[in-house]
Design a binder for this molecule. Structure first.
Ligand SMILES: [Zn+2]
Length: 412
């Protein structure tokens, strides 16, 4: 039997999963450990069990669906992604990698393939940071990037801790057990929509990811002096928002002047206090997100921003403090896994680009304990994290076929 993807079923399942949501269709909202997330997990578990996979859920809710190989003790070949979705998202982010991964396994089963290494579909908890303010909780914990103690300190907006929330969701066991041993995986491959416009623009249907960029993020607080918008004359002002404005432009310039297109920096949030038309801003909070594929270059951008902050603070007589929230290292994909993907693409005479992932994914963290690579498919206009996110059934089927072929070669 040739290897074939059941594209109709896959599309139908993507729609079924999208319907398990807190938002009106076509929008999808599925925040970790809320009722739709739990219902989606149960739905997915049933699909995995129908396919004869044995399902294990770890204490943080990472779900492993395993197809046993002929050498069940040999390292595992893993694939998967996430099914949680930010508010008002679309139906493909994460889901393509999960349901595509499941369909890849079913296609191999239909073909009569017998894996030597076990193949595991992994559905990771809370890739999105919506609930606990930090993304990729499941994959960070698997790879030791987030300790059990640090995870226990996380709280949601209602003040509920990870332990309370996961307990209510029915997850049990100690968080210390989540971490996987290095060597657990022989290889890991994640199928994902590109979340950018490059593949579509170049009319190429597949992207083989060779590096994953990583963010550093910080909270910046600028304290000046408030006062009456009429009463305080300009030479006496210490306007925090004016200082913030200069700093925002310095952030842009720091990323623009590295000489690499891969350096990006964004201020996406700006809270102004007290926020009245006739009051001078006394305090401003900014969010800062800096990403790059090269760790030294990204840290260089952070340092340039820090220097600019010092200069602006001195010049404008305000105080600027920066609190670093996280600084993950970028990842290099594994050459052997990248080559396995490339051979699968060639076998089916598809076209593929080698590219970097500008968004980060669970694979970034899994790369700390496993040889990883990612496979991208195009999404319309590069749109993601919005209800009109779209990937065509043909592109999804092509990605799933290449994934299946790659899982086969890695587990043979
Ligand atoms: Zn995703």
């Amino acid at each position: 039997m040739p290897l074939a993807i059941d594209s109709n079923r896959l599309s139908r399942e993507i729609d079924e999963l999208a319907a398990i949501s807190d938002a009106e269709p076509p929008a999808v909202t599925r925040i970790v450990f809320t009722p739709p997330d739990l219902k989606a997990r149960a739905w997915l578990r049933a699909r995995c069990e129908e396919a004869g996979l044995s399902v294990r859920v770890d204490p943080i809710g990472n779900t492993f669906a395993r197809w046993n190989g002929s050498e069940p003790d040999a390292p595992v070949v893993g694939t998967g992604s996430h099914i949680d979705a930010i508010p008002n998202a679309g139906k493909y982010d994460g889901v393509v990698g999960v349901l595509g991964g499941l369909e890849a396994i079913r296609a191999l089963q239909r073909q009569g393939f017998r894996p030597r290494n076990s193949i595991e579909l992994l559905v990771l908890t809370s890739e999105e940071p919506t609930r606990f303010g930090i993304g990729c909780i499941g994959s960070r914990m698997l790879s030791g990037g987030l300790s059990a103690d640090a995870a226990r300190k996380l709280k949601d907006a209602d003040g509920a801790s990870v332990d309370e929330v996961r307990g209510r969701a029915g997850m049990s066991g100690e968080l210390e057990q989540v971490r996987l041993a290095r060597g657990y995986y022989k290889a890991w491959v994640e199928l994902h929509i590109e979340q950018g416009p490059l593949l579509e623009r170049d009319r190429v249907s597949l992207g083989i990811v060779t590096r994953i960029a990583a963010p550093a993020s910080a909270r910046i607080t600028i304290e000046g002096a408030g006062g009456h918008a009429g009463g305080v004359v300009m030479p006496d002002r210490r306007d925090a928002l004016c200082a913030a404005s200069e700093l925002i432009l310095a952030v842009e310039s720091a990323a623009r002047t590295t000489g690499s297109i891969d350096s990006v920096a964004t201020v996406g949030m700006c809270d102004v206090f007290p926020g009245a038309v006739n009051s001078i801003p006394s305090r401003v909070r900014l969010s800062l997100d800096v990403r790059d594929t090269d760790l030294a270059r990204r840290d260089g951008v952070m340092q340039a921003i820090e220097r600019a902050a010092k200069e602006i603070a001195a010049k404008r007589n305000v105080s600027i403090t920066t609190e670093l929230l996280n600084a993950d290292a970028p990842a290099e994909c594994d050459a052997a896994v990248v080559e396995a993907l490339a051979r699968a693409v060639e076998k089916h005479r598809f076209a593929a680009h080698r590219m970097i992932s500008r968004a980060y994914h669970d694979s970034l963290f899994i790369s700390r304990i496993a040889p990883v690579a990612m496979l991208f498919i195009p999404c319309r206009n590069g749109y993601s994290h919005r209800p009109d996110e779209y990937a065509s059934p043909d592109d999804i089927a092509r990605g799933t076929l290449v994934l299946a072929e790659t899982l086969a070669s890695l587990s043979a």
